[in-house]
Design a protein around this ligand. Structure first.
Ligand SMILES: NC(=O)c1ccc[n+]([C@@H]2O[C@H](COP(=O)([O-])OP(=O)(O)OC[C@H]3O[C@@H](n4cnc5c(N)ncnc54)[C@H](O)[C@@H]3O)[C@@H](O)[C@H]2O)c1
Length: 249
């Protein structure tokens, strides 16, 4: 049995983008370690399968870029779970792969709306319930692209830099109130999101990882579950790296 068995007993966790990839792997591990879990995603079919594999206690099909839908879903999730101790914001898209001077305006808007504004809406909707209980762990999934910038991925890089800055601000706001907020900066992980990119872009990103391989979603879940645990108690407003050595700052 894992030394972490029961780590999240009595805890309730909400994972956005929980139907796939990093979010799904995290939700599976949270549930395996005792959490009750709610999954939010806009892909209803994937969400059904994910809910079954996680043993989810609650699901919401919604677009996180819709602030009203996020507020309603937060209320419904709190009703269903009773409280939310852990928020993992993993919903995200890559957007177009194109240089800035050719970047489609609609893709720019959609990437910022989902990856940055949507993440803000989710944090905004859940933080009051955490503050009311004096406990919370927030993991906002950014990217190494937000630290370094990936060429031909300006909207994505800008949105993820925004997530890092947002989380630094939030972590300081909440410091001393029992609610801890940190960002995660993955390099490239083997997940369905890579299908949104041309193979040449994936090759570019893989080549920049000193370990010479893509990350496994289970490796991401291991880091996120530490960040989401009680033991992550003296680190907030920080950025955790899962990049196989790509970013060292
Ligand atoms: N996989 C990687 O290499 C990598 C690297 C760095 C950062 N990230 C970030 O990690 C997060 C998860 O990525 P992943 O690899 O698991 O991708 P994924 O595509 O496997 O999962 C993302 C999930 O988010 C959901 N989603 C997308 N738009 C949504 C919306 N508007 N509302 C609700 N749900 C929505 C998708 O349906 C999907 O289930 C993303 O924020 C991504 O930017 C991933």
């Amino acid at each position: 049995m894992s030394v972490f068995a029961g780590r999240f007993a009595g805890r309730a966790a909400l994972v956005t983008g929980g139907a796939s990839g990093l979010g799904l792997a995290t939700a599976q591990r949270l549930a395996a370690e005792g959490a009750s879990v709610a999954l939010w995603d806009n892909d209803a079919a994937a969400l059904r399968d994910a809910a079954a594999s996680v043993g989810a206690d609650h699901v919401e099909t919604l677009d996180v870029a819709d602030a009203g839908a996020v507020a309603r879903a937060a209320a419904a999730t709190l009703d269903a779970l009773g409280h939310i101790d852990v928020l993992v914001c993993s919903a995200g898209i890559t957007g177009a792969t194109a240089p800035v001077h050719e970047f489609p305006l609609d893709s720019w808007d959609r990437v910022l709306a989902i990856n940055l504004s949507g993440l803000f809406y989710c944090n905004r909707a859940v933080v009051p319930a955490m503050l009311a209980r004096g406990y919370g762990r927030i993991v906002n999934v950014a990217s190494v692209a937000g630290k370094e910038g990936n060429p031909s991925a300006s909207a994505y890089s800008a949105s993820k830099a925004g997530v890092i800055g947002f989380t630094k601000s939030l972590g300081k706001e909440l410091a001393g109130k029992g609610v801890i907020a940190n960002a995660l900066t993955p390099a490239t992980f083997d997940s369905p999101i890579l299908a949104q990119l041309p193979p040449s872009q994936v090759d570019y990103m893989r080549a920049r990882i000193p370990m010479g391989r893509l990350g496994d979603v289970a490796e991401s879940a291991a880091m996120v579950c530490f960040m989401a645990s009680e033991e992550c108690s003296f680190t907030t407003a920080a950025t955790f790296d899962t990049s196989g050595g790509r970013t060292t700052f």
